[in-house]
Design a protein. Sequence first.
Lengths: 214, 214, 214, 214
Amino acid sequence: MKKNSKPNGVGPKETARLEVFSDGVFAIAITLLVLELIQFLHPHEGESLLRFYLHHWEPFLAFLIGFLTILVCWINHHHVFLYIIKTDSYLPWVNGFVLFMITFTPLPTAILAEYLGTEGKFAVAAFGFNYLMISIASYWLCAYAMTRSLIEQDNRKFFRFVKLTYGYSIIYTLVAFLVCFVYIPAAILMYFLLFIAFAFPKEFAERLARGRRR
Amino acid sequence: MKKNSKPNGVGPKETARLEVFSDGVFAIAITLLVLELIQFLHPHEGESLLRFYLHHWEPFLAFLIGFLTILVCWINHHHVFLYIIKTDSYLPWVNGFVLFMITFTPLPTAILAEYLGTEGKFAVAAFGFNYLMISIASYWLCAYAMTRSLIEQDNRKFFRFVKLTYGYSIIYTLVAFLVCFVYIPAAILMYFLLFIAFAFPKEFAERLARGRRR
Amino acid sequence: MKKNSKPNGVGPKETARLEVFSDGVFAIAITLLVLELIQFLHPHEGESLLRFYLHHWEPFLAFLIGFLTILVCWINHHHVFLYIIKTDSYLPWVNGFVLFMITFTPLPTAILAEYLGTEGKFAVAAFGFNYLMISIASYWLCAYAMTRSLIEQDNRKFFRFVKLTYGYSIIYTLVAFLVCFVYIPAAILMYFLLFIAFAFPKEFAERLARGRRR
Amino acid sequence: MKKNSKPNGVGPKETARLEVFSDGVFAIAITLLVLELIQFLHPHEGESLLRFYLHHWEPFLAFLIGFLTILVCWINHHHVFLYIIKTDSYLPWVNGFVLFMITFTPLPTAILAEYLGTEGKFAVAAFGFNYLMISIASYWLCAYAMTRSLIEQDNRKFFRFVKLTYGYSIIYTLVAFLVCFVYIPAAILMYFLLFIAFAFPKEFAERLARGRRR
């Protein structure tokens, strides 16, 4: 069809509105986390303010973890969309799966805040399940963009390694999820290492690329 | 009037700020849905976390449906605005009707989450009424853009079919709304098919265009 | 100082980030209104869904009014920023006053939803006070942009009339605010006419311009 | 690595998506503040509306302070990013620290609203601690951008003074934080002066620059 070929052939800015929409979702999800913190404040109005801070550190820890999780996801999303320059009818759906997990993240964060003291195992596992789903969604996004040639020609070789990092993270987060039910500190250590690796997605992919070439 | 003709004659980017504002509304509405999920968490603090998940699947289903609804609407809005390249004084109002229905969507989603088990018929009908209104709003947007020639000349022929899909969806969602009061599973099947058709608005319109030419 | 003259001399896009930030505030304020609607849903869980809709129409009316208010403000903000092409150190503050009133708007909306039945006079007056403040903020924004020559040269003559519409609205909303305490229906009629006038800010200013020339 | 050098070498727009994401976070945080105001409305439903306003001025003051705080931060963030034209793998993290403090700000605002009457000292100190952290984050952002040469060459000299203002604010907010525990009115005066200085970050930096040259 020639008639509607034009709107979809504008070039590098094709994914612009998809990115603006995604940025909005990331920005809102990361900011909504504070509502959970404020809600915690209310039932304890009788308590002294200083005591409140000392006795309820779990929501603050959950807030920090939730914030870092969504920030890492945004950094990775931003990195992946540096290479994706075209879009098609399915990309918003694959990207929608990533966004679904991001909008969902405040729930495991709230679970962490409320159940860390009483049911730590399940609270961490709920967050771990979230990480597993995010890994699957990220891998799928990269695999889809690769297969459908939505990547700039020059970057295809490197993008293969970007995709690979999310492939590894699926296996890694699956193992970490299972470890949650066995020994929580080991799972937390695993998630900590996961954070560090994906905090710098470009460097991670570059290291993989260098390793393969040797 | 010549004086203010300039700001409105910038060309293809005329609808830019309208789209950014709309994207913001879509992004916020889709992310606010999780607040309903978190709110459900609170009154059941005494319950075990695993049991909570098993016994309260309705809010999760409602969250998924609400998310998919707004995502489908965003994809369709994005598709329609690929063709709308000009704006006038009324377009923000017609578009405002679409946005009104989007900001409203978290309410039927919350109704679905809370009343699915007890008053399923009305809960689904409330959502169905929402779909009917969204169809009317979308059709109106397309019809208005068409009449006022806000569409690029080359795309006018194809856009006629885009408009037609929303025309059909008005009749379809009206029937589905009435079916809600008769037999819920049939209504749900109808909404499922509606989702699939509008998940890919371009392909839907292309199929219609091909059908007509024969 | 020459060193930092460059970042501020980029040209027509100087207000870009101010507009994106403002769009975000408008989009969030307009979407947050639904939270009030959902919150109303909760305490009445025992009630039948249909009855709930019939007996609690005030929050729905308040939602509609709040939505239209913020949409009208966005349309006017968008219209004013078509002419403002430069920025300076004070513009974000003058614009900040407008945004302050926008972020504040969900409060009078919530007051309207909860007190319309019991204390209608004060509920409408609270909203009316909001309109007065928005008028002052809008006029100040236009007057500031005019004085500091942030308007494109060609549009200065017409912009004078845009500014004038907000000048009139200050007097108008002040009178309407006082009428609230005397006879509510008259105040509501006045606000209705205000809505219609500012729904199309460009046409309103054009009519003023035509009237003056005669 | 040459393969992925392209996406990162687009030029002046390199920080575009970082700014959009940041704008989103600022816009949401500033708009969420009203939810706290609305929440205050609910438990007092029995009270007269006028009395409610007269007796509960603290949440309104806290709303104003929270709004001004985030607006000042946005203005400063916007000013700093006029000079930052490049990005690297660490900048989103340094900027993330600023955003973390912004998303956190609604909490001290809520604390101020609820505890100003009963535990004023701690309520102000909680806000003061927030200011100290924001100062550190802002200084770090500038220092990082300076060291990594993410600043346009022509602006480097002036940006040194921008950075210096945040360096001073760290010491200033640290002193003000300590003053909170001694004499609240003095601390409030200090924060008031801080506001005025950073309301116009460009003028503040220019004054410093002029002072040094003499």
